[in-house]
Design a protein around this ligand. Structure first.
Ligand SMILES: [Zn+2]
Length: 137
């Protein structure tokens, strides 16, 4: 998990270096959040009740804005996939409640850092962000 945090931080840091003033502060907030957030994981063989079958992770930004709850599904995937999930959830935790806003920031960080997106989250299509993907592959 710490390795995934390090990868996510590296992506956010590179994005920060390549960002224009418009996005710089936003990306910096995501970067700092990734560095300070704590991870909550279910006991082995169990999952949190809030984890639907395809849910990777979730946050409760008002109850605990410094915790990412990692569902079982995210713990059995690759470190790189988990890193992308951490970026998305950290975007929620800086105040972007909306899934489209968080997904937009997720894409922005990958694009600015020139890192390939690891997976397409389910919101990209419904938020009309598929077009942005041509920058990424
Ligand atoms: Zn989300």
């Amino acid at each position: 998990m710490e390795k995934a945090r390090t990868i996510a931080q590296q992506i956010a840091y590179r994005a920060m270096l390549n960002s224009y003033s418009d996005n710089h502060e936003l990306i910096q907030r995501v970067y700092l959040k990734i560095g300070s957030v704590r991870f909550n994981t279910p006991d082995y063989g169990y999952d949190f009740t809030s984890c639907a079958p395809m849910t990777l992770a979730y946050v409760e930004m008002y109850k605990d804005p410094n915790t990412i709850n990692l569902c079982h599904l995210s713990l059995i995937g690759s470190i790189e996939k988990l890193a992308q999930t951490l970026i998305h959830e950290s975007a929620h935790l800086i105040g972007l409640e909306d899934e489209c806003d968080a997904s937009r920031v997720e894409l922005l960080l990958f694009r600015l850092s020139r890192s390939p997106l690891v997976y397409k989250n389910n919101y990209l299509n419904q938020c009309g962000l598929d077009q942005s993907l041509r920058w990424l592959f």
